[in-house]
Design a protein around this ligand. Structure first.
Ligand code: SAM
Length: 201
């Protein structure tokens, strides 16, 4: 690839990173959620949100701002958040593939389940795709247990044959499914997002 194209991509990445710093978010990933939220209106005042793969905490912060004091955000991650969550936000340090279901059920049912879960990448495309799809399926299992009928599910998955199978599973559980590559997602990243609208219960 030409050096100038690599530089262009880095410049785009720097734009979102600088914007996140200026707006006091711990990660640039917040703009992926914001883009989907702006278009589909997932996060409204009073809604209950489960945020899987919450660390360092940008999605949790953004969702908490959007749902306001009448709503609730529950973040879950293996790693701690970069900063203390505000009032109305709960953080659970746990494995999304072996989740504390009783605890999470106590905070539900949820209007929205978000998953930005991502594996530590190995550089081997097929291994990373399988691991990412495993996390996406874990998130779907949790959504199946904790979402209200009619609810929304936004989930990251690495593109590949595993993701295609996962999208078929999603289509069976939601009235409408969209495949989304947000503008702030690096074009060379394998990630895409699935959005399930209208959980069938
Ligand atoms: C891309 S980061 C999430 C960024 C976050 N949405 C934000 O805006 O700050 C992916 C996260 O998935 C978490 N993760 C990966 N596997 C996990 C698992 N099995 N259970 C819980 N969290 C996991 C990682 O610890 C990491 O924090």
């Amino acid at each position: 690839m030409a050096k100038s194209r690599i530089k262009d991509r880095r410049r785009v990445a720097d734009f979102w990173t600088r914007k996140a710093r200026a707006e006091n978010f711990p990660a640039r990933s917040v703009y992926k959620l914001k883009e989907v939220d702006d278009k589909y209106g997932l996060l409204k005042p009073g809604r209950r949100v489960l945020d899987l793969g919450a660390s360092p905490g940008s999605w949790t912060l953004y969702a908490a701002e959007r749902v306001g004091p009448a709503g609730r955000v529950v973040g879950l991650d293996l790693q701690p958040l970069a900063r203390e969550p505000g009032p109305g936000t709960v953080f659970v340090q746990a494995d999304a593939l072996d989740p504390p279901l009783d605890l999470l059920t106590g905070y539900g049912p949820f209007d929205v389940v978000l998953s930005d879960l991502a594996p530590a990448t190995t550089g081997q495309k097929s291994v990373d795709q399988v691991r990412s799809a495993g996390l996406a399926r874990g998130a779907l299992t949790l959504a199946g247990a904790l979402l209200k009928p009619g609810g929304w599910f936004l989930v990251k998955v690495f593109q590949g044959p595993e993701a295609d199978d996962f999208f078929k599973e999603l289509a069976g559980r939601f009235k409408t499914v969209r495949r989304i590559k947000p503008a702030s997602s690096r074009s060379f990243s394998p990630e895409i997002f699935g959005l399930g609208l209208g959980f069938k219960g």
